[in-house]
Design a protein around this ligand. Structure first.
Ligand code: HEM
Length: 398
């Protein structure tokens, strides 16, 4: 076994552009479990192949609750004590309430919502331009509106949600800790919103969670943390999938036309985009509960573990020529882009339907859409999230 820390500089934009393949190559050379240096100090395990990733995502020997988590530690404001830092049985109880809160958002309603949002975006674009940044003008605003509508945030307040999210991402990236301050602001906002809808009416998840709290199924803090989690987990992930899907699918004229014309092909195309370029390149962290041996390594109590979802999705033993984007491709049900096990993404259905609808409507409206030829792709640096900073496209034929 090798204890040499792998250098994986996820905060470096150049590395980030090739990070999934870099992790795959390291996996081939060093095996499925290695230690790497974290961007802001410390180290963690990285699980890189598909078999071990699948099993670790559901392994009870790993906990989602940080051993460092206490009231005083930075980043552990009560708003952030939600599903992603909780283990069963508490996790199971919270997850059931989240499922009830999302029950209104059936596939048909998500499709109608996404169709309405993209129609309004297209109307603005039609008036104005044939060249635009798909990230800034379509992907992120559409994803933000979907997330806000699901939670029940009035559209006039969307800019506030975006600004909080932006500040949180930036403070994560530059290592400053503004998380508690931002959480206080978000809490005050959600409390104010609840006051405006004293009857707890509404289709949004925040109203549903408040109803659950008033029935005694959740406490108020838990309801607020779940509402916040829906906003933060659903927004950028969906936005990044949208822009990466356009980048990958519009690159081939025939694929783009097939996506426009054939619903089933569009569903499969989105799955291949998810596999090839997942919005979460690494899972969120897990912590070893007790020492155990795996793949010739000893994991010690308290060690931090990440699952390399992006590299597992390219594992050649599961996906033939996995480092190539291939549309159509078979066997896509095995990708790990929405995780697996108890924490598997509860918004996967929403993300799939919304993205498929929006990408198809774009492909129908702009059959000649292409990525600007001279554009060099730039990925936003970061450990977990993977997304394009911008995607300049033109909708006229060159
Ligand atoms: C393309 C879009 C999306 C991707 C790729 C994605 C991916 C993921 C992944 C990989 C996890 C598990 C993380 C882990 O185990 O460490 C997760 C969890 C979660 N996601 Fe998503 N997600 C997406 C969209 C959404 C949407 C639209 C929502 C809400 C409507 C959502 C809500 C959540 C929540 C609440 C969790 C935590 C679940 C738990 O801990 O039990 N996600 N997501």
């Amino acid at each position: 076994m090798s204890d040499i820390l792998a250098s994986l500089p996820f905060m470096d934009a150049d590395f980030k552009s090739r990070s999934i393949d870099a992790v795959s190559q390291l996996a081939a050379a060093r095996g499925p479990l290695l230690k790497f240096a974290l961007p802001f100090g410390g180290e963690a395990w990285l699980v890189t192949d598909h078999a071990l990733s699948s099993s670790f995502l559901a392994d009870r020997r790993l906990s989602k609750a940080s051993p460092l988590q206490d009231q005083s530690a930075p980043g552990t404001h009560r708003l952030y004590r939600h599903l992603l830092v909780t283990d069963p049985p508490e996790h199971t109880r919270l997850r059931r309430q989240l499922r009830h809160a999302l029950a209104y958002w059936t596939s048909a309603r998500i499709e109608a919502l996404a169709r309405d949002i993209i129609a309004r975006r297209l109307a603005i674009l039609d008036r104005d331009e044939t060249h635009f940044d798909l990230v800034a003008h379509v992907a992120m605003p559409a994803a933000l509106e979907i997330a806000c509508t699901i939670v029940g945030i009035p559209l006039d307040d969307m800019a506030k949600i975006h600004a909080w999210n932006d500040r949180l991402t930036r403070s994560d990236l530059d290592g400053t800790d503004q998380a508690a301050e931002i959480a206080d602001e978000i809490e005050a906002y959600l409390t104010g919103l609840a006051g405006k809808k004293a009857d707890h009416a509404g289709d949004g998840a925040w109203a549903a969670l408040r109803r659950a709290a008033s029935r005694g199924d959740l406490d108020r803090r838990e309801a607020m943390a779940l509402a916040y989690l829906l906003l933060s987990a659903g927004y950028e992930t969906t936005g990044h999938l949208l822009s990466s899907a356009v980048w990958l699918l519009a690159g081939d004229r025939e694929t783009w036309r097939t996506v426009a014309a054939d619903d089933d092909a569009a569903v499969r195309a989105i799955e291949e985009c998810l596999r090839f370029n997942p919005s979460l390149e690494l899972s969120t962290p897990r912590y070893v509960r007790e020492d155990f041996e795996m793949a010739g390594m000893t994991l010690r109590k308290g060690d931090m573990v990440f699952i390399a979802l992006g590299a597992a999705n390219r594992d050649p033993s599961i996906f033939r020529a996995g480092s190539l984007f291939e549309c159509p491709r078979a066997g896509l049900a095995q990708h790990l882009s929405f995780g697996r096990g108890p924490h598997i993404c509860p918004g996967a259905g929403i993300a799939r339907v919304a993205s498929r609808t929006i990408v198809q409507d774009l492909a129908r409206r702009f059959p000649d859409l292409s990525v600007s030829a001279d554009h060099r792709l730039e990925w936003i640096p970061g450990l977990v999230m993977r997304g394009l900073r911008s995607l300049p496209v033109r909708t006229d034929s060159e």
